[in-house]
Design a protein around this ligand. Structure first.
Ligand SMILES: Cc1cc2nc3c(=O)[nH]c(=O)nc-3n(C[C@H](O)[C@H](O)[C@H](O)COP(=O)(O)OP(=O)(O)OC[C@H]3O[C@@H](n4cnc5c(N)ncnc54)[C@H](O)[C@@H]3O)c2cc1C
Length: 380
């Protein structure tokens, strides 16, 4: 689909592909197996400007558009899908929210270190009783003079405690107003009263640590309120529209890696005296995988392009995430089938792709929630 891309976008994609080949692919399987957070890779990504791709150059960002971001993230995700979760949370949900809703002081204070990768951004909305129904959160932020006192427990936050964390946290400032009483805060390590609780053990994307966050009388300066009080839910929904382009891209990466692995294997594996790629049954699987991938890529490209043009893209981002995530599962499943019994072993990467694909249908809104968003935005 190169004919749709600018020279600058292609250059960024090629740089990310080189970075992936040199720094990620050689260590991906071992790191994922160990569930080791990729501190070194993120540091190098920061040096190359990949931790702030879409943020303005004045804060040390790359000033690239969303299509460029999509292309770079896809290359990185082909090497290690969990990196895209960490990087898209960091870029779109955390740094992106500070850039979109923050004050000048907040931008000056946090964005340069986020763009360089010195600090790593997270986004904490989910709670035990508030998943798809994010507005059901119970974490409380009470104003006490120049500070807010935060109490509550957050679930499933993509955050590693050994980083210099910056968290966009959502909490109730006026519980009686429900959705309209939620505010967003910028939390960092200097603030006493928060800690990391249980670390989740997961089916896939294991290098991206998933943590419970516990807030006990956590004192947050009023200067760290993000945007306006009680506007937090709106900010979360806006951030998630962008986040979904990132997760669609993560899914595209898994689908593409599955296609490449399956195609290569089919050309080399011989049964009945010829490569299995010569069998129509295999060719049809390869045809379906490529068709689903191209459809998903075009939907994701459209959402990214609409974002770059300043258009509303909630419906299109939801479509891209829904389709790409289902395509990732489809392609990873077919890739295992093409590998036969070997695909079920850790000797080939397709079993990892199969596990990594699964989560893309769940986080940043399940497939059911994407359908809800698409339907509501299609009936306006
Ligand atoms: C690895 C991982 C990383 C994550 N990272 C983060 C993070 O960094 N920050 C963060 O805030 N959250 C994060 N999450 C949370 C994630 O976004 C939620 O798990 C997800 O939104 C689903 O919520 P839930 O798990 O509570 O499922 P539930 O909401 O309980 O859903 C259970 C089932 O019910 C269905 N369902 C629910 N409501 C409806 C409805 N109205 N219509 C139709 N079906 C419905 C769902 O689709 C699903 O099939 C992460 C989760 C995981 C697993």
């Amino acid at each position: 689909m190169d004919y749709l891309l600018t020279d600058e976008q292609k250059m960024l994609r090629d740089m990310a592909a080189k970075f992936t080949a040199n720094e990620i692919t050689p260590v991906a399987a071992e790191m994922e197996k160990a569930g080791r957070f990729p501190h070194d890779i993120l540091k190098k990504a920061g040096e190359l400007g990949l931790m702030g791709i879409t943020l303005p150059e004045e804060y040390g960002g790359g000033g690239m558009d969303s299509v460029g971001y999509m292309l770079a993230m896809e290359e990185i995700g082909k090497g290690l899908a969990s990196l895209v979760l960490i990087m898209s949370t960091h870029i779109s949900l955390a740094a992106g929210s500070i850039h979109k809703f923050g004050t000048d002081e907040q931008k000056q204070k946090y964005l340069p270190d986020l763009c360089s990768g010195k600090k790593v951004g997270s986004f904490s909305l989910t709670e035990a009783g508030a998943g798809s129904d994010a507005a059901g959160l119970k974490t409380r932020a009470e104003r006490r003079g120049d500070t807010y006192l935060i109490n509550g427990t957050k679930q499933f936050c993509t955050l590693d405690p050994d980083c210099d964390n910056v968290i966009i946290l959502f909490a109730l400032t006026e519980p009686e107003l429900k959705t309209k009483g939620i505010s967003a805060f910028i939390i960092d390590k200097s603030m006493p009263g928060w800690r990391v609780g249980k670390k989740e053990h997961k089916l896939g994307i294991r290098t991206a640590t998933t943590s419970e966050l516990i807030f006990e009388d956590c004192e947050v300066p009023a200067a760290n309120l993000l945007g306006e009080e009680n506007q937090g839910f709106k900010y979360a929904m806006i951030a998630l529209d962008s986040g979904r382009i990132g997760i669609a891209t993560q899914a595209l990466a898994v689908a593409k890696a599955s296609i490449e692995a399956a195609t290569e294997y089919a050309k080399n594996r011989e049964q009945f005296g010829k490569p299995i790629a010569a069998l129509q049954a295999i060719q049809w699987m390869i045809a379906d995988m490529n068709t689903e991938y191209d459809a998903s890529w075009l939907l994701t490209y459209r959402a990214a392009l609409m974002k770059d043009q300043g258009l509303r893209f909630s419906r299109e981002a939801a479509m891209a995430k829904l389709k790409a995530s289902e395509t990732a599962s489809f392609c990873a499943d077919a890739a295992i089938q093409i590998h036969g019994g070997y695909g079920y072993t850790e000797d080939f990467p397709v079993e990892r792709y199969y596990r990594d694909a699964r989560i893309t249908r769940i986080y940043e809104g399940t497939s059911e929630i994407q359908r809800l968003v698409i339907a509501l935005n299609s009936m306006k």
